[in-house]
Design a protein around this ligand. Structure first.
Ligand code: SAM
Length: 241
């Protein structure tokens, strides 16, 4: 497709997919709370439906402004099976991609963020430059009827490797891994796999966007043959029941 037609084609595809999205997904996009495309949000919605009878909590690694987290937490709260939502993030500047397995695209994206030149969604301030991102995210949750710290909805500030060991969780049914680079994705996959129920799913956001994420997932799959790989905008790893 000619380069000048790509933004038009993307907008058209987004409009078509948006038709099938829940009102909540449409709302978090409209409010500029998520970087996820309608196609990715729709796949998350379907993945969430597919674990309706699977025991365990829901988690998101990489909350940023909270858009996808609000969708996942609200589905968690609406479940028949009692479960909790755990959202983890530094709620500040994204950590550097430190692995040799990260691609040049990841490194130049990080350099742009670090330089202060990154622009946010729809011309807003980039979320990583905000004074108190966690407070802003809690506020966005409450606008959607979700009170952080109550009714099984929790947010944890810090590096995953520091915060995840403090999270009280026996089993997971659903996890969204949206943290871009090799090291955090590799860490999260191992952490989730230790708790995932049979039939549970892991949705990977950046597989087709950043090489380090892709490598981490491919390494994980080669060592964990019990997972089925369902490709798409944001691939799903499903633990065979
Ligand atoms: C792409 S954003 C998440 C987008 C969000 N899910 C949405 O709906 O738009 C990735 C987030 O992961 C966080 N992150 C990346 N590596 C991390 C780490 N090692 N520990 C904690 N947070 C991390 C970043 O700070 C950033 O907020």
């Amino acid at each position: 497709m000619p380069t000048q037609l790509r933004p038009f084609a993307r907008r058209l595809r987004n409009r078509i997919v948006s038709h099938d999205l829940s009102r909540l997904s449409r709302s978090v996009r409209k409010e500029g709370l998520t970087y996820l495309s309608p196609a990715k949000l729709l796949r998350i919605e379907k993945a969430l439906q597919s674990v309706s009878d699977i025991e365990g909590d829901f988690a998101e690694f990489g909350v940023a402004l909270g858009g996808s987290a609000i969708l996942i937490a609200s589905q968690c709260q609406a479940r028949q099976i009692p479960s909790q939502f755990h959202g983890l993030d530094v709620f500040g500047m994204i950590p550097e991609p430190t692995s040799e397995k990260d691609d040049p695209k990841s490194k130049s994206r990080y350099e742009a963020i670090k330089s202060g030149a990154s622009c946010g969604i729809d011309g807003q301030q980039y979320y990583g430059y905000r004074d108190d991102l966690l407070a802003d995210v809690k506020h966005s949750f409450s606008r959607h009827g979700l009170i952080v710290g109550e009714n099984g909805i929790f947010l944890y500030k810090g590096l995953f490797e520091n915060s995840w060991p403090t999270v009280k969780v026996d089993r997971l049914a659903f996890a969204h891994v949206d943290c871009d680079w090799y090291e955090p994705v590799a860490y999260c996959l191992e952490a989730i796999a230790a708790k995932l129920s049979p039939g549970g799913v892991i949705v990977i956001d950046d597989f087709h966007d950043y090489g380090g994420c892709r490598t981490a997932v491919e390494e994980f799959l080669s060592q964990n043959p019990a997972y089925a790989f369902e490709d798409g905008a944001n691939p799903i790893l499903r633990l065979k029941a």
